[in-house]
Ligand binder design. Sequence first.
Ligand code: NAD
Length: 259
Amino acid sequence: MDALQELEHRGRVVLVTGAAGGIGAAIAERYAADGAAVGLVDFDSTAGQALAKRLGAAGHHVCFVKADVASFVECDAACSVIEKMLGPVDTLVNNAGISPKHAGKPVPIWRMEPAEWHRVIDVNLHSVFNYVRRLAPGMVDRRFGRILSMSSVAGKAYLDIVAAHYSTTKAAVIGMTRHLAGELGPYGITVNALAPGRIDTPMVAGAPREANEAVVGVTPLRRLGKPTEVADACLFLSSPRSDFITGQVIDVAGGWLMT
Ligand code: NAD
């Protein structure tokens, strides 16, 4: 079998949100390397354009669109550009997310600004609605789709290193994943979520060193995860090897919590 035939996502069109950095950039790179055309969405246009340029120079079919995932209007426009440039999107990865900290620490609920609560819900949860609402009709029409969303182990267990808004959204993503798997399954669409543990990205680099060391100490594999390890789980969940898997939450956490 020649190398090209082994690419499982050849001919596929993937849209990744929060694709400019961290886990999202690793996901975009892995899909591109596996033969997919990849639409990158992020509100950081400097990093997003740089990644698109680098992947394009390597011969991959990618395009970057700047958008705030919290806005349905911007989501609609971004999806239209990507569909025009790359074709109908068959694989959606809802990856963008934020976990605001104050001096490296999560703010307790009794001191949380309402604006911060609402912003986290908008970015981490309403974004999933926005992109699924925009792209699911095409998937339903074509009777095929793969939808992946980034939850977190914080959506399944109490962690004192994140704030209430973050864990609330990550738990909601799990509920939404199961509901959508039920609704969309009859149309050939699978819907799954990833629950990363502590992954070495800019989001985690912002936390105090002791906080990361404490997690490593209780993680059976005794290290932080790599963005590429989350990306590999995404590729599996949209590949033909997982065609009968839907409504699941896959931990990529080195055994941390085992929720
Ligand atoms: P990150 O902060 O390193 O990168 C997030 C990316 O999303 C950035 O490129 C950022 O510009 C983009 N983004 C943020 N808000 C956006 C918005 N409103 N519109 C468009 N783009 C936006 O984060 P990460 O660590 O790579 O996390 C990626 C996802 O994985 C998030 O959903 C996060 O909650 C989840 N997660 C991360 C970890 C971890 O340990 N890093 C653990 C569990 C879950």
